[in-house]
Design a protein around this ligand. Structure first.
Ligand SMILES: C[S@@+](CC[C@H](N)C(=O)[O-])C[C@H]1O[C@@H](n2cnc3c(N)ncnc32)[C@H](O)[C@@H]1O
Length: 196
């Protein structure tokens, strides 16, 4: 873990933080906030933010726990639906600036999600929770679940966009196939571990 902390330390940014309403701009519904607050338990040491954008979800996770580390895995190239946005070229710099207040708790793996997850597997990292919020198509989410769930049997696995058809179908099918206790609150889904 020490090697990973060194390799993926956040580093400094050439930009200033932009925190409208006191946090980075992003997509974190109130339903996600309410559930994440419950899922992130006091004994947790490390959680994964799968898809970080400008830091909204990672920032919220840091606020939910006083010390837990947050591994952010993102290409910082945007998802297919973001490709015409003007803020893409500076996305990673803005993420670093926005997260600077929590920099000592953040690891930033700037790569495709699959490579980032393999980096954790190969380094025997055991996250307590993984929040999945990369691409939202059925095939993407299905592949994400097929790699992540068996690789981290002790982690709470959850994700955004349960209200999107591709995510909803992939998550439901996976839960049925492996008889996992699927819970949701409109936008967020999770596989229940602790009777929350
Ligand atoms: C919806 S945004 C994440 C929003 C963030 N969780 C928040 O609360 O604001 C999706 C993110 O996934 C990243 N992403 C999309 N496809 C990816 C891939 N194949 N590998 C790594 N990151 C990817 C994008 O760069 C983008 O930052």
């Amino acid at each position: 873990m020490e090697a990973l902390i060194k390799k993926y330390a956040l580093g400094t940014s050439s930009l200033l933080p932009i925190l409208p309403d006191g946090e980075p701009e992003g997509w974190l519904a109130d339903t996600n906030r309410e559930v994440l607050k419950r899922l992130i338990r006091p004994e947790f040491r490390l959680v994964v933010d799968g898809g970080s954008w400008k830091g909204c979800s990672a920032y919220f996770m840091c606020k939910c726990h006083p010390s837990c580390k947050v591994v952010c895995i993102d290409s910082w190239k945007g998802s297919p639906e973001h490709q015409s946005r003007s803020d893409l070229p500076e996305l990673f710099e803005q993420f670093k600036a926005n997260m600077s207040i929590f920099s000592y708790r953040i690891l930033a793996i700037r790569d495709d999600w699959r490579k980032g997850i393999w980096e954790l597997i190969e380094n025997d990292v055991s996250p307590d929770l993984i929040y999945i919020d990369w691409q939202h198509e059925y095939d993407d989410v299905r592949s994400q679940l097929e790699l992540i769930v068996p690789a981290f049997p002790d982690a709470v696995i959850c994700g955004d966009d349960f209200n999107k058809p591709g995510v909803n179908r992939a998550v439901r099918e996976y839960a049925d196939r492996f008889q996992l206790a699927l819970k949701d609150n409109v936008t967020i889904w999770w596989f229940e571990k602790h009777n929350l």
